[in-house]
Design a binder for this molecule. Structure first.
Ligand code: FAD
Ligand code: GLY
Length: 376
């Protein structure tokens, strides 16, 4: 490769929801941005997800992570509107809310615990009896005992979100280098100077690592230490069932699985949580467990046909929280990775916080708890 490197203000490694949304925000502020993507834009975890915006259903306590997630959730209506205005794409932001069913003694204990901490934190949560739940969603298992409703836990179609983000970013001049692998970070005198790729190199003073489950594999061309923390892949398998007409309005969780309705009428059922390295195979065991849990939630799903099955890799940091912020030693190296089970939910706040950090040196949301210092 003899071509001179191409100059950009910012290079972003990874073209998933995180990389594309940050690229969009930075290019809106007139920076020259390139997204370096090894494959096609948005075909990894961001494609595989369910699109649930569900901190109340998924978080276990009112801590700084919950605050970050709830702040991002609160941004979604405006985020969806803005994307629609600039791209014409409807990301199917839906506000019917999320139900969490108690089907067993174990579920009842879990829901009771969730009810207690959320009431104590004055969150919007409702207890519904079985009749009430059945009226809302007649397709659900008549053996359900009661449920919690989280009215503020919403959903989007994450594949539409990906399409919209790519299109919005292109409109403001972001360059996408697809089928291009970032092979190393160029660092000199503790300052980022560029990115080496398997095609053409980039010269830049700012690199944002948004490479999902592959983030901690990146190395520097020199022996400077970069990414001395781990982001590990955690496989999640999913299925989509074709429904003749929409039969579900809410996202529905049980203790063991979840169902996500799409406007098309499809119902997505998930998922598994497997530590199997960089392996995205769909397995008989994984799919069998998803089907069993889906049918427990809504028995009539057993009659529906499959329309798709797939798997993706959730990027998990050591403590399960995202890694957001500057490298402590190398100027110009910024991390936006490790979003694990909540990267779709955390997209608006990550894009805002990281773009502010790059543009102004600080973020309006306190992301200090998500810095690399905690992973040392
Ligand atoms: P990715 O989408 O994985 O993107 C990273 C990109 O980096 C990839 O495209 C990859 O090719 C590229 N890349 C990696 N290394 C390099 C390199 N060296 N050079 C160039 N490119 C590189 N979240 C929610 O909020 N709600 C949900 O309902 C939800 N459900 C989920 C269900 C499943 C089954 C899974 C797997 C995940 C789910 N998630 C959910 C989590 C969410 O999908 C992720 O947190 C999010 O997509 C992470 O986005 P990302 O952009 O960091 O990673
Ligand atoms: N947040 C849903 C999942 O990761 O499976």
């Amino acid at each position: 490769m003899n071509q001179a490197p191409v100059q950009f203000d910012v290079a972003i490694i990874g073209g998933g929801v995180i990389g594309c949304s940050i690229a969009w925000r930075l290019a809106q502020a007139n920076l020259r941005v390139v997204v370096i993507e090894r494959g096609e834009v948005g075909r990894e975890a961001s494609w595989a997800a369910g699109g649930m915006l569900a901190p109340s259903a998924e978080a276990n306590q009112a801590d700084v992570f919950f605050e970050l997630a709830a702040a991002s959730r609160a941004m979604y209506a405006g985020f969806a509107r803005e994307l629609r205005e600039v791209t014409g794409t409807d990301i199917e932001y839906r506000t019917e809310g999320t139900l969490y069913l108690a089907l067993t003694d174990e579920d009842e204990e879990e829901l009771e615990r969730r009810w207690q901490w959320q009431r104590a934190a004055e969150l919007n949560v409702k207890k519904l009896n079985a009749d009430c739940v059945q009226k809302l969603e007649p397709i659900l298992n008549p053996k359900l005992r009661w449920a919690l409703k989280f009215p503020d836990d919403h959903q989007v179609d994450n594949r539409r979100l990906m399409t919209a983000l790519e299109s919005a970013a292109r409109q403001v001049g972001v360059e996408f280098w697809t089928q291009t692998e970032a092979t190393a970070l160029e660092v000199s005198n503790s300052q980022i100077s560029g990115v080496e790729t398997n095609r053409r190199n980039v010269a830049t003073k700012t690199v944002i690592v948004a490479a999902g489950s592959w983030s901690s594999l990146l190395r520097a061309t020199t022996d400077e230490a970069v990414m001395d923390f781990s982001v590990a892949p955690v496989r999640g398998q999913m299925i989509a069932l074709a429904m003749p007409e929409p039969a579900l309005q809410h996202v529905v969780y049980s203790g063991k699985g979840y169902l996500v309705p799409r406007r098309s009428g499809h119902v997505i059922a998930g998922s598994t949580t497997e530590t199997v390295g960089y392996n995205k195979e769909v397995t008989a065991e994984g799919i069998a467990s998803i089907i069993e849990r889906a049918i427990e939630i809504a028995p009539n799903l057993s009659k529906q046909s499959f329309s798709e099955m797939w798997a993706g890799l959730r990027p998990e940091s050591k403590d399960g929280w995202p890694i957001l912020g500057m490298d402590s030693r190398i100027n110009g190296l910024v991390y936006a990775t490790g979003h694990y089970r909540n990267g779709i939910l955390l997209t608006p706040i990550t894009a805002k916080a990281i773009s502010e950090l790059v543009l102004q040196g600080e973020s309006s949301h306190n992301i200090e708890p998500f810095g690399t210092h905690r992973l040392a």
